[in-house]
Design a protein around this ligand. Structure first.
Ligand code: ATP
Length: 902
């Protein structure tokens, strides 16, 4: 039992600190470790897994298995114990395979969940640090910003425009305002404005809170509900297959009944014989192994994607990824490296260049060819000081390497300050910060309020240059503030943006010394422009390569950025977007009607100065064009667009929890190339699913045709018994068909157009292929069976030859199935998938046992055929290989003629 929680919402901040034995500088690392050891990790217990027995029994919960169980019951009633035994064996094997596979899939999901485990920003030892949410302890001080999932129950000690959606706890979706003042003792949970509860979501603003409860002791823990978990649902394809097998079962049962009635009523066959024929038909036509193979293929796809740093949160995404036609991507960090370096500083009278790369704070400031050392009080020094003050990042040296904590853009400004010899800590001490308006992409600026020790107050403002210019009426010159010259600044902005530099403007104004709060109302238009910073952010090499791959693969890449249009265009050119000439800004989009935008979206690839609402509009219009859209996002405001897009893609490193939870896929490395890799894997999965189906169905089709033809032609004895059919189905599914799930990607995978999303898995061509191969298998097997029977008149011998011919057909057809249309002609096409070779080797051993082991002969009624029978089996079976290759060649010619030009 836990003791009842204290009324934290009623405690003052001071009292809270005392109650949890902490203080504004946070806990020490050793104290935090001690508390974690003592109280346990900050997590809810894992949900109870289904017991092993239940999981095993669930494997029998399948329509096809029900049919087999019914057959088993009837054969046992008829006293055909052998048949009953074999069917029971098959059902059991199926269940065991399903059971093992499910275990593997669950392990994979668990590993993926681990990759998604969230972190929190805390203050420990007086310094900001990132720690895993699991390691939070009571007394920790947590920093919050919009998009964060609250990691534990917090008593807020600071809140700035903080709004929290408590839907996870109260079901109320409208976000509530939070503040730090204590509330009445009796307040209900929903009214405790000074508390932030674990599992709820920051939708706006920033704040700081003291951890007062962790793990099961949080409010959420009390109602013990898991909030963020990887959801696994049935994928559209699996649903399609489930429907298909239901439909197939019904057809098969009807057909089996019809065959039974036909034999008994019209042909006067004995009842038991006809019953066996009907059972054979049923087990022949049911693709028992198909559902398992489909799930395995998808699971392998998820694993391969995770290995390439794309974490799939919802299983259907694996299939949808293969159909993606448009990728809408952010610029910074995804296409570029998000390693910002200040290259240019512009004041009213000069343009300076700063050398150096990365975060190493060594570099030289030059103007023309002259090295410059900024003078005290000069506009240049004031510009840089303002940039250091209006800044939340920190720069630290760890093991000879420089690291930035916080926004890389702000970090770059700190680096620039250090390069010119500015003492950042000194400046910050001289002008302590009193309040701030944090940066949000909607308003594109950040403002801070400072008071100097000699009683002056200033507001510093930094943000997108056009936004800042709107708020200025003056500019700082060497002789003090003078009237603003917007034309000068606009010309400078254009010049730098054309070079692909990300631009930032800095301004300031004085404030009343008694002002302690900063609101949007304080911003106005009375600022004094200080200067501009031009930052470079090199494109990622692999992004250039990936955009090229997308172009080849018929996938259009669209850049959607909050940056300046000219900067975006310069980066688009470096990256190689299809149309790096035309741009559309958020402002221009606002002027366009939906119809006008509909006309433009296919052509335009660069959307600049857009906010999350524009993203949403773009997605909708692209989807009206029947595009399958993958869209990246990181902020809390991106969540609706991420949800709306077909593949919402969140950034694993820099993305907010809100964005991750709204997406189908998370990029562990925030890299554009990872999206392309995931699309490639998605296409491979789709290919392999089709290949597996294309391989499995003709086995069943061939067997069913064999039984049907034998009954129709009035064969006195069936060429295959039910247990032999079950043997073939099982043994080929667990060896040959399974090997196709591991089929490597075809090299042409990313040179094809995306498959149309509306296209069913089995198109006309594939249905034709299934029928064609079924007929070949039937013809060859039945022909050889009949020939053997007429020459040797031994039914067991003829049946053994028929089964082995059927299996050999499968072996040859497996090679055809490695590529749906491409020819199999090189050595690599035969040996390229070692699982195929292993599967054939295993199958050969099974078949030899099936034919020559006495116990198998008793169980399956087989006969030790002489060695000389094998060559004719192999020759007959190889015919399928040649015939299918001829069919592929004809199809390729036909498709080349009818395919629309790209
Ligand atoms: P991208 O698509 O390139 O990732 P974005 O959508 O992330 O861009 P924002 O972060 O919204 O773009 O930034 C838009 C503009 O706001 C930038 O061009 C810059 O001028 C300004 N800006 C960015 N970060 C800050 C910040 N921390 N403080 C002030 N202004 C900023």
């Amino acid at each position: 039992m836990h003791e009842p929680p204290l009324p934290w919402h009623h405690y003052s901040i001071q009292r809270t600190f005392e109650a949890v034995s902490s203080h504004p500088d946070g806990l020490s690392t050793s104290e935090a470790d001690h508390r974690r050891r003592h109280h346990g990790p900050n997590k809810l217990p894992d949900p109870q897994r289904r017991s092993i027995l239940v999981r095993f029994l669930f494997q029998f919960n399948n329509l096809l298995i029900y049919v087999l169980l019914a057959v088993m019951l009837i054969t046992s009633l008829l006293g055909h114990w052998l048949d009953t035994g074999v069917i029971a064996g098959v059902v059991l094997i199926n269940a065991i395979i399903g059971f093992i596979q499910e275990g593997r899939a669950e392990d994979a999901l668990k590993a993926i969940q681990k990759m998604l485990s969230p972190s929190a920003e805390v203050i420990r030892n007086g310094q900001q640090q990132t720690v895993a949410v699991e390691n939070l302890v009571v007394g920790d001080i947590v920093l919050l910003q919009s998009g964060d999932r609250i990691p534990a129950d917090l008593r807020l000690c600071r809140a700035k425009g903080l709004q929290i959606s408590e839907a996870a706890l109260t079901g109320e979706s409208v976000a509530v305002d939070k503040q730090s003042e204590p509330v009445a003792y009796q307040s209900e949970l929903a009214n405790r404005a000074c508390m932030a509860y674990s599992g709820t979501l920051v939708t706006h603003g920033i704040g700081t809170g003291i951890v007062v409860a962790t793990g099961v002791r949080t409010e959420l823990g009390q109602i013990s509900e898991l909030v963020s978990k990887v959801r696994s649902t049935q994928t559209p394809l699996l649903k399609q297959i489930a429907l298909f097998s239901r439909w197939l079962t019904a057809t098969i049962l009807t057909l089996a009944t019809a065959t039974f009635s036909y034999g008994v009523l019209i042909r006067d066959y004995p009842l038991t014989n006809m019953f066996l024929a009907a059972v054979s038909l049923a087990v022949a036509a049911i693709p028992e192994g198909l559902p398992a193979i489909m799930t395995i293929t998808l699971a392998i796809g998820v694993e391969r994607m995770a290995r390439r740093k794309a974490v799939i949160r919802r299983l259907p995404a694996v299939e949808t990824l293969g159909a993606v036609t448009v990728i809408c991507t952010d610029k910074t960090g995804t296409l570029t490296r998000n390693e910002m370096t200040v290259r240019t500083i512009i004041t009213i009278d000069n343009q300076y260049t700063l050398s150096g790369t990365g975060y190493d704070p060594h570099g030289i400031l030059t103007c023309g060819n002259q090295t410059v050392f900024p003078e005290t009080g000069s506009p240049l020094l004031q510009t840089i000081e303002a940039a250091v003050l209006c800044n939340d990042a920190t720069l630290r040296q760890e093991k000879h390497e420089w690291h930035i904590h916080g926004d890389p853009l702000e970090g770059a400004l700190l680096v620039a300050g250090t390069k010119i010899g500015l003492d950042a800590a000194g400046v910050k001490n001289q002008y302590p910060r009193t309040d701030l308006i944090p940066f949000e992409s909607e308003h594109r600026f950040m403002a801070t309020l400072h008071h100097s020790h000699d009683g002056q107050a200033f507001i510093f403002l930094k943000g997108a240059p056009e936004r800042i210019l709107e708020m200025c009426h003056q500019q700082l010159t060497t002789s003090g503030p003078a009237s603003l010259q917007p034309d000068y600044w606009l010309a400078m902005i254009e010049q730098q943006a054309q070079n692909g530099q990300r631009l930032l403007a800095i301004a300031y104004r004085t404030a009343q010394k008694d002002q302690v709060e900063l609101t949007f109302g304080d911003i106005g238009d009375q600022f004094i422009m200080l200067g501009l910073f031009g930052l470079i952010d090199p494109p990622r090499e692999e992004a250039i390569e990936s955009v090229h791959i997308c172009n080849e693969a018929g996938i259009r890449v669209k850049m959607i950025t909050g940056d300046h249009a000219l900067t975006a265009r310069a980066v688009a050119r470096q990256i190689g977007l299809s149309n790096a000439q035309e741009t559309l800004t958020g402002h221009q989009m606002d002027q366009l009607s939906n119809e006008e935008l509909f006309e433009l979206v296919n052509r335009i690839d660069i959307y600049a100065r857009v906010n999350p609402k524009h993203k949403m509009r773009l997605i909708k219009i692209l989807q009206q064009h029947n595009h399958i859209v993958a869209m990246t996002g990181d902020g809390v405001n991106d969540a609706p667009a991420l949800k709306r897009s077909d593949i919402g893609t969140a950034m694993g490193k820099n993305g907010t929890e809100a964005a991750k939870e709204a997406s189908e896929m998370v990029l562990a490395d925030d890299n554009f190339a990872t999206i392309t890799a995931a699309v490639e894997e998605g296409r491979a999965v789709y290919d392999n699913l089709r290949k597996a189906i294309l391989f499995i169905l003709p086995t069943n089709g061939g067997e069913a045709l064999i039984i049907l033809t034998a009954v129709l032609l009035g064969f006195p004895q069936l060429p295959l018994t039910p247990v032999q059919i079950l043997w073939v189905n099982m043994i080929t599914a667990v060896t040959l068909a399974l090997s196709l799930a591991f089929e490597p990607k075809e090299p042409s995978l990313m040179q094809r157009l995306p498959h149309p999303p509306s296209q069913p898995l089995l198109n006309n061509h594939l249905i034709w292929r299934v029928a064609f191969v079924s007929v070949i298998i039937m013809g060859g097997t039945l022909g050889l069976f009949q020939w053997e029977l007429t020459h040797h008149s031994d039914i067991e011998r003829a049946r053994t030859i028929a089964v082995n011919t059927l299996v050999m057909f499968e072996v040859f057809y497996l090679f055809n199935s490695r590529f749906i249309l491409a020819p199999i002609c090189r050595r690599q096409d035969i040996v390229g998938n070692r699982y195929v070779l292993l599967a054939i080797a295993a199958l050969s051993v099974f078949q030899l046992g099936f034919t020559y082991l006495p116990v198998m002969q008793t169980l399956f009624g087989t006969y030790a055929i002489e060695m000389s029978a094998w060559p004719q089996i192999i020759v007959v079976a190889s015919s399928v290989f040649i015939l299918v290759e001829v069919e592929k060649a004809i199809m390729r010619k036909y498709q080349a003629k009818t395919r629309p030009p790209r």
